[in-house]
Write a protein that binds this ligand. Structure first.
Ligand code: ZN
Length: 316
């Protein structure tokens, strides 16, 4: 069943900025995140708790989270590679923690230096840590199946491995799993197929979000396929920030502005004011002048008479 509203989860401050060579100053990150929230973005992945030696772009994540959690109505998400990252996430007050598990074990070793068994151990330890927190202080915990549609190191991944990984993440104590097309290998057909297959083992309620890249230009087509399968949360980044080092001219994540335009044009509510959203590009452009910002809608402007989706009546 499809929904008449969707959640756009902005991942530019994490997925976008970690792929930029320049480092966005902390104060500019805060301004950008506040401006995104003011435009109606309800969930933002604001950073990742990784070693600052590996990703100096993310070194200020603690400070960024502490800023973002003060914005009322905003769900603040972070990526963590391990238990230590989860501890930092809890200390900073993040609302949502995502642990990536690359279904390609080769990529998992490269990305977070852990085998599948070791990732599952981390997931269990994180789930226990969360469970030990007082009620109301327990962040939502997602296990993200990265490289689910193929890996640049291993190629296609055996579906049995993907399904087993999804089951193991849930058994380890994740609240849900997500599907990530880290490499932009997915297409609408594989999107539908894998969503159904994973839901077949974990239940539809435990797979509600996808994280898609636009590496080969299929980002929005893949979003539509996922939406029609009943997915309601979509990760994207403003300006398709980040790019892809192995695909010149390709944007990184799905471009938030184009994604919001598509849904709002279709009458599907995102809660986001598109003009205000597009205006936040100026903050990024000023802070990262050498970074290319993608997106068709910001370049073309909104169509004459564009109104966007009607705001749904309150559910009371
Ligand atoms: Zn990504």
């Amino acid at each position: 069943m499809t929904s008449n509203s969707v959640l756009i989860s902005e991942v530019g401050p994490r997925d976008g900025l970690q792929n930029c060579s320049a480092i966005m100053p902390t104060e500019e990150k805060k301004r950008w995140i506040s401006a995104l929230a003011a435009a109606g973005v309800k969930e933002i992945e604001v950073g990742s708790f990784v070693s600052p030696k590996l990703l100096p772009q993310m070194a200020d994540t603690g400070e960024i989270v502490r800023h973002a959690v003060q914005i009322s109505g905003l769900d603040v998400a972070v990526l963590v590679p391990n238990l230590k990252g989860a501890q930092l996430a809890l200390e900073s007050g993040a609302h949502k923690i995502t642990l990536p598990m690359s279904v390609s074990e080769t990529h998992s070793l490269r990305n977070i230096r852990r085998t599948h068994d070791q990732v599952i151990e981390e997931a269990q330890a994180i789930a226990e840590l969360i469970a030990a927190q007082p009620e109301g202080k327990r962040p939502h915990f997602e296990g993200s199946l990265s490289t689910a549609f193929g890996c640049t190191l291993e190629g296609p991944i055996d579906e049995a491995v993907i399904l087993r990984s999804a089951e193991r993440l849930m058994a380890a104590g994740c609240d849900e799993v997500g599907l990530s097309d880290t490499t932009g290998y997915g297409d609408p057909g594989s999107m539908r197929h894998l969503i159904r297959a994973v839901r077949g083992v974990v239940g539809a309620e435990n797979l509600t979000g996808v994280h898609l890249h636009n590496t080969r230009g299929l980002g929005l087509a893949n979003v539509m396929a996922a939406y029609e399968e009943g997915i309601i949360t979509f990760d994207s980044s403003l300006g398709g920030l980040g790019g892809c080092p192995t695909a010149p001219g390709a944007s990184g994540n799905v471009v938030t502005e184009d994604l919001v335009f598509m849904f709002e044009s279709m009458g599907i509510d995102t809660g986001i004011d598109l003009e205000a959203l597009m205006a936040t590009r100026e903050i990024v452009a000023a802070a990262l002048p050498d970074e290319e910002l993608y997106g068709f809608t910001p370049r073309a402007g909104l169509p004459l008479g564009f109104k966007g989706a009607p705001v749904p009546a309150a559910a009371e």
